[in-house]
Design a protein around this ligand. Structure first.
Ligand SMILES: *[C@@H]1O[C@H](CO)[C@@H](O)[C@H](O)[C@H]1NC(C)=O
Ligand SMILES: *[C@@H]1O[C@H](CO)[C@@H](O)[C@H](O)[C@H]1NC(C)=O
Ligand SMILES: *[C@@H]1O[C@H](CO)[C@@H](O)[C@H](O)[C@H]1NC(C)=O
Ligand SMILES: *[C@@H]1O[C@H](CO)[C@@H](O)[C@H](O)[C@H]1NC(C)=O
Ligand SMILES: *[C@@H]1O[C@H](CO)[C@@H](O)[C@H](O)[C@H]1NC(C)=O
Ligand SMILES: *[C@@H]1O[C@H](CO)[C@@H](O)[C@H](O)[C@H]1NC(C)=O
Length: 777
């Protein structure tokens, strides 16, 4: 997903200076025993000359699917800007962020900003310089040294900061250089124009408060008026002084306040060496924020203990994978680093926004923006659904690497349906109506095809059926253009003419060509859900509707083309969502043979693909291109897929901070890489099929999680080991033969059950193109 932008301010910068920094062996003890986490570089995707060319990632610490990610703040973030950019040299604080992607808004954040020698609450004034070489970023701890510079009377002094976290609590350790005068921590609750609250409790050494800011409040039908991000920060040291700040004005000795641009602070004895602060975050209440703090990082828990906990949280997933036989190339292109960092990115979303009520207990509590109230349940509650991006490959990835989470995610989707009457499209705190289509249909189809059943399938069908048959409110009055504010749930805008004519009329709705193609795919996904819900009456009808892509095929131009209500062509230049006629001409993931027939045969489609790639039309920086290189293999030209996927990986991914050529989009950019590196990709995510590409590594050993082959039910199957071998792979791109558990596979397709049920997948590789797989699928 990308978006237009208006400024480009970094023309003179170079990212090459900012390659991966791994902790040196001499640094703190907690860097030892990091296993494969040594290959994760959270700074990948934190640099770009424009928002579109930036991965939109941050060097955050948070467990897999954690509610709150803690990040160093080098910028004020907003829609189209993340709180950190690898080119920045001033640090303005450490932020509890809930901004899931660069094109989403921040919600309910809190920022802790340390300093000394006079409290400086304003964003610019509180910035402290730091050198990139003092930064260490890992999935489990972030460290940096901040320097007081010439703007301060403490010139020459410094603060060494270390940050770690649990899902709901950030742990900040501040080591002030000797003889620092009046060390302090300022906490920003709200920015300008947002009214929040702060309280200082010197006896308990606590500062608490809330922030109601939700930057995308104008989008979508719901406004969540009671939404607030609450926090409780508890300090290790007694306060020497305290106060609150409104804008730049400090009120010393004041214990609470309400207002805009609000903050509070605590100061410490001069010469204080170490201050530790744990900050519980909640969307429920201040009391719940305090409970999160007490449950997740109880008093007396050392910083190191929390670091070790977070390290083992990540190792419990990433540590399941061992890679051998990697390209011996530059550090900037270290494919192992790209692979593990990609998984690290993809396993952060959709985040679990539920909060604990007791230690190890099953009952959890969570705020829902849909009901604007607090709920309790013996369940998780997942938010941050960027489904137009993630339906493609991320959800398939989650079924393999985090199967125990999948049913809870699906139940969260159903909760949203029950609350709002619609399944989500792009749900941040509430629906934002960003992007198009109801690809949540495919999220269900994907899971059902992979055996996940621990959710209300009848309800899922109810929501999917509604997507397919009931247009959004005011469908015939609104254009439903991208990011149109204050619209009802957009779902399948233009469904009115899609159902009556077979296409979304371009003269009545925005993005009509893409909508028609996407809705045809969604119909296929809906048919799959109908099959699993026992709704046979709908199966044939929806499969028939899934051929509607043919209505926007212009045989004279050999391109897909949007159409007006009266049936005339709208021209190839319009009607597209973040793509063009080239890319969307291949947007038929569910019926590749049907697409080939439109062209007059597989060889003609192959020629069009050649033109597409040779003409430079493919654009890996955005999602509509992601499946396209795999179409070659599907129609009998596997060598082209094998050649191309490596080139695309090489050109669009690397191990530097500029190493993502497009936005990460909640893991979809990286899910493409991870699957491609393993040697297969889910071209049709509403099916259980993966198209075979070309594995990058000689040997990948995966200790598959329990439950992976039984819909996430860990009681039914234990861990098993899968070895994917491809001797010579780094220099041999072409597949000569393929065996699963010793049995020959002749078509370039693997089914999900075959993969997660296998103990060995053996590729025989070659330097030259082979005939293997040339019958296609
Ligand atoms: C706050 O509101 C004022 C007045 O409407 C406006 O000029 C200013 O830009 C706003 N500030 C922010 C950060 O939105
Ligand atoms: C292709 O062009 C011919 C001649 O102009 C026209 O008769 C025909 O309707 C066109 N076909 C389509 C699909 O537009
Ligand atoms: C069809 O609709 C388009 C767009 O509304 C219009 O420009 C065109 O004149 C119409 N053509 C016919 C034949 O009605
Ligand atoms: C692989 O792709 C590159 C770039 O398009 C091309 O130059 C090369 O000939 C291809 N090689 C094979 C064996 O297809
Ligand atoms: C890393 O990737 C970025 C984004 O694609 C690209 O601009 C840069 O040239 C790449 N750097 C290296 C060293 O490959
Ligand atoms: C390994 O590196 C070479 C360039 O040194 C490149 O041509 C090849 O495609 C790489 N292999 C993979 C799997 O990316």
């Amino acid at each position: 997903m990308l978006f237009f932008f208006t400024s480009c301010a970094f023309a003179a910068l170079s990212f090459l200076d900012f390659a991966a920094s791994h902790p040196s062996p001499s640094s703190s003890g907690y860097y030892s025993n990091a296993g494969v986490l040594q290959y994760v570089n959270p700074r990948i995707g934190t640099f770009g000359y424009s928002p579109n060319g930036n991965g939109g990632m941050i060097p955050s610490v948070s467990p897999p699917f954690g509610m709150t990610r803690w990040t160093p703040q080098t910028r004020e973030n907003y829609i189209s800007q993340c709180p950190y950019h690898d080119a920045d040299t001033y640090m303005h604080g450490f932020q509890a962020t809930h901004q899931p992607a660069i094109w989403m808004g921040e919600s309910g954040q809190v920022v802790l900003s340390p300093g000394f020698g006079g409290v400086r609450p304003l964003f610019e004034q509180r910035g402290m310089s730091f050198s990139k070489s003092s930064e260490t970023s890992t999935p489990y701890v972030y460290e940096v040294t901040l320097n007081a510079d010439s703007r301060s009377s403490s010139s020459g002094k410094s603060i060494q900061v270390a940050q770690t976290a649990t899902s709901h609590v950030g742990y900040l350790r501040l080591d002030y250089s000797k003889s620092s005068e009046a060390p302090y921590v300022f906490i920003q609750a709200t920015r300008q124009n947002w009214t929040g609250q702060v309280n200082v409790d010197p006896e308990k050494r606590e500062i608490s408060g809330y922030n109601p800011q939700r930057q995308d409040y104008k989008l979508g039908p719901l406004h969540a008026p009671n939404f607030k991000g609450y926090f409780v920060s508890r300090f290790s040291e007694p306060f020497e002084g305290y106060g609150i700040a409104k804008g730049g004005d400090l009120s010393h000795g004041v214990k609470s306040g309400e207002g805009t641009h609000l903050g509070a602070y605590a100061t410490f004895k001069s010469g204080m060496k170490r201050v530790e602060v744990r900050t519980g975050v909640s969307f429920v209440s201040i009391d719940q924020a305090r409970k999160n703090l007490d449950l997740e990082i109880a008093d007396g828990t050392s910083f190191e203990t929390t670091v070790d906990q977070l390290k083992s949280d990540w190792l419990s997933i990433l540590g399941r994978i061992t890679i051998e036989g990697v390209n011996q190339t530059s550090a900037a292109h270290d494919q192992r680093t790209i692979f593990y960092t990609g998984l690290f990115h993809a396993l952060q979303y959709p985040n679990d926004y539920s909060e604990p009520t007791s230690n190890g207990g099953g009952i959890r509590t969570f705020y829902s923006g849909y009901t604007d109230s607090v709920h309790t349940a013996q369940d998780t509650y997942h938010q941050s659904w960027s489904i137009w991006d993630t339906y493609r490959a991320t959800h398939s990835l989650l079924t393999i690497f985090a199967p125990a989470r999948v049913n809870g995610m699906l139940r969260s989707l159903i909760r949203i349906y029950e609350w709002s009457g619609r399944l989500p499209m792009w749900a941040n705190i509430v629906e934002t109506n960003i992007m198009i289509g109801t690809h949540v249909d495919a999220v269900f189809a994907n899971a059902l095809k992979r055996g996940f059943r621990d959710f209300d399938i009848a309800k899922a069908w109810e929501g999917v059926h509604k997507n397919a048959y009931i247009p959004p409110e005011h469908d015939t009055e609104l254009l439903y253009y991208d990011r149109e504010p204050y619209t009802p749930d957009e779902v399948r805008a233009g469904l009115t003419t899609y159902m009556s004519k077979g296409w979304v009329a371009n003269d009545r709705w925005a993005e009509s060509g893409s909508r028609t193609l996407d809705y045809a795919f969604d119909d296929y996904a809906a048919a799959v859900v109908a099959q699993h819900a026992g709704q046979n009456d709908f199966v044939d009808e929806l499969f028939a509707r899934s051929k509607n892509y043919k209505h926007v095929w212009n045989s004279n131009t050999t391109f897909m083309e949007a159409r007006n209500e009266n049936g005339t062509w709208a021209g190839t230049a319009q009607g597209w969502t973040e793509g063009d006629d080239w890319v969307y001409t291949f947007a038929v993931m569910h019926d590749v043979n049907g697409l080939a027939e439109l062209f007059g045969g597989r060889d003609k489609l192959k020629a069009k693909l050649d033109e597409h790639f040779n003409g430079g039309h493919n654009d890996q920086t955005n999602e509509p291109s992601h499946h396209v290189p795999y179409l070659y293999a599907a129609i009998g030209y596997p060598a082209n897929t094998q050649n191309l996927t490596r080139l695309i990986a090489w050109e669009n991914y690397n191990a530097t901070s500029a190493g993502l050529s497009g936005n990460e989009d909640l893991g979809q950019m990286s899910a493409w890489y991870v699957f491609s590196a393993l040697g297969f990709y889910p071209v049709n995510p509403a099916s259980d099929e993966y198209i075979v590409g070309s594995p990058f590594f000689e040997k990948v050993t995966i200790r598959l999680p329990a439950g992976v082959a039984n819909g996430g039910n860990a009681q039914k199957d234990g861990e098993r080991t899968l070895v994917i071998s491809a001797p010579g792979a780094p220099t041999k791109p072409f597949v000569k033969s393929l065996k699963v558990n010793g049995k020959d596979i002749t078509s370039p397709m693997l089914r999900h059950a075959q993969i997660v049920g296998a103990s060995s997948i053996e590729f025989e590789m070659s330097e030259t193109p082979q005939i293997w797989g040339s019958d296609g699928v």
